[in-house]
Design a protein around this ligand. Structure first.
Ligand SMILES: Cc1ncc(COP(=O)(O)O)c(C=O)c1O
Length: 364
């Protein structure tokens, strides 16, 4: 019996052909593949513009540059997230302010409200594990004139539906959004990759220039940028993967629904909740357990990968030792960070693999 991993990236003939054709063309950088991938990704999200870049971490740094965040500014971020959501802030010269998460493991609305000061300039809200953020955060940011940056690294294709029935996808919820195409993500590009999107006309020029040294034309540099460009091969692969995304999301949702329906009775497992009126992208299926070591050992014996995600919240990471919030107790984050375990939920999972996970969950 083979071990079931947490993720398995997809690769097929059409992606292979796209990669080879791009290499054969010898246009390896700055070509039409990047333009096409950016345009189709913006269309998919319903954003005004999108620009491919090297990875999700630089996308966050770039988003802060586009928003003109600088020294002394405060940027609010949840502490329960991948470290790049937080480190982007000091890398951009600003101060990170950490807040707790809600029952859906995303930034807590009330905690955010209380953390806003006159120095707050932006918010990085993370659609963690593929779950969309509390939509009230959008309005709160507008009221306080804060730039809302979505960290959508884990949430390609997630969406929220408003009272009028209008669906808004990640990438078009806030002012600027950042995606990652790391191989384990819901879609990938055959290597490292990221995307920055915006729905605001006044950011489009900076968005286009930021990955290209901040250039506004071939000879003129208007803003601070760098070479953050995606290779043409990656963009060509990404364009094919994007065509598959809806189908893959459907499969992830099918698997997650089976876990919720068929394993929800086991009282030792606290299953994830789905935010009302939202469509989860299920990048991760994280279960809250009392004894994470016993649970991971049980899954390991069944040859199923299971891993605690973010056992050390960002504010407690050694890199933030000198941060004023380093020693604070953050109620929800501190109580769940070591007990939130990810189990396999990837679009290429076969039915027999899903069955094995269900059996393992129910026999725990
Ligand atoms: C929430 C979040 N933000 C940012 C990133 C950074 O993306 P990348 O690994 O492409 O730099 C990741 C990637 O794991 C992530 O999960």
């Amino acid at each position: 019996m083979l071990r079931i991993p947490l993720a398995r990236p997809s690769w097929d003939d059409e992606m292979r052909q796209a990669a080879i054709a791009t290499l054969d063309s010898r246009q390896w950088v700055k070509g039409h593949q990047n333009v096409a991938f950016g345009d189709s990704f913006a269309d998919y999200c319903g954003a005004l513009a999108a620009t491919p870049c090297q990875n999700g971490s630089v996308a966050l740094w770039a988003a802060l540059q586009i928003a003109e965040i600088s020294a002394g500014d405060e940027v609010i971020v949840p502490s329960l997230t991948f470290i790049a959501s937080a480190t982007a802030i000091p890398l951009a010269g600003a101060n990170a302010v950490f807040v707790d998460v809600d029952e859906y493991y995303c930034m807590d609305y009330q905690a955010l409200k209380e953390a806003i000061t006159e120095r707050t300039k932006a918010v990085i809200a993370v659609h963690l594990f593929g779950q969309v953020i509390d939509p009230r955060i959008v309005e709160l940011c507008q009221q306080n004139q804060l730039v809302l940056i979505e960290d959508a690294a884990q949430a390609h294709g997630a969406s929220i539906t408003d009272e009028a029935g209008k669906k808004t996808f990640t990438g078009a919820i806030g002012d600027i959004a950042c995606f990652s195409f790391f191989p384990s993500k819901n879609m990938a590009v055959g290597g490292e990759g990221g995307m920055i999107t915006t729905s605001k006309q006044h950011y489009v020029e900076r968005l286009n220039g930021i990955v290209n040294h901040g250039r506004s034309s071939r000879i003129e540099v208007q803003h601070l940028g760098s070479n953050l460009r995606m290779s043409e091969v990656s963009a060509a692969i990404g364009s094919v993967q994007l065509l598959r995304l809806d189908y893959w999301l459907q499969r992830r949702r099918e698997i997650a629904t089976r876990y919720l329906q068929e394993c929800g009775a086991n009282e030792k497992l606290r299953m994830p909740k789905i935010r009302e009126n939202s469509q989860h992208a299920w990048h991760q299926f994280c279960i809250l357990v009392e004894d994470e070591d016993a649970f991971c050992k049980h899954m390991d014996e069944e040859l199923i990968d299971a891993r605690v995600h973010y056992p050390i919240p960002c504010h407690k990471q050694p890199v933030f030792t000198n941060h004023p919030q380093h020693n604070i107790n953050m109620a929800t984050t501190d109580s769940i960070s070591t007990k939130l375990v990810a189990i396999p939920v990837f679009h290429e999972m076969r039915d027999d693999e899903v069955e094995r996970v269900i059996l393992a969950l129910n026999s725990y």
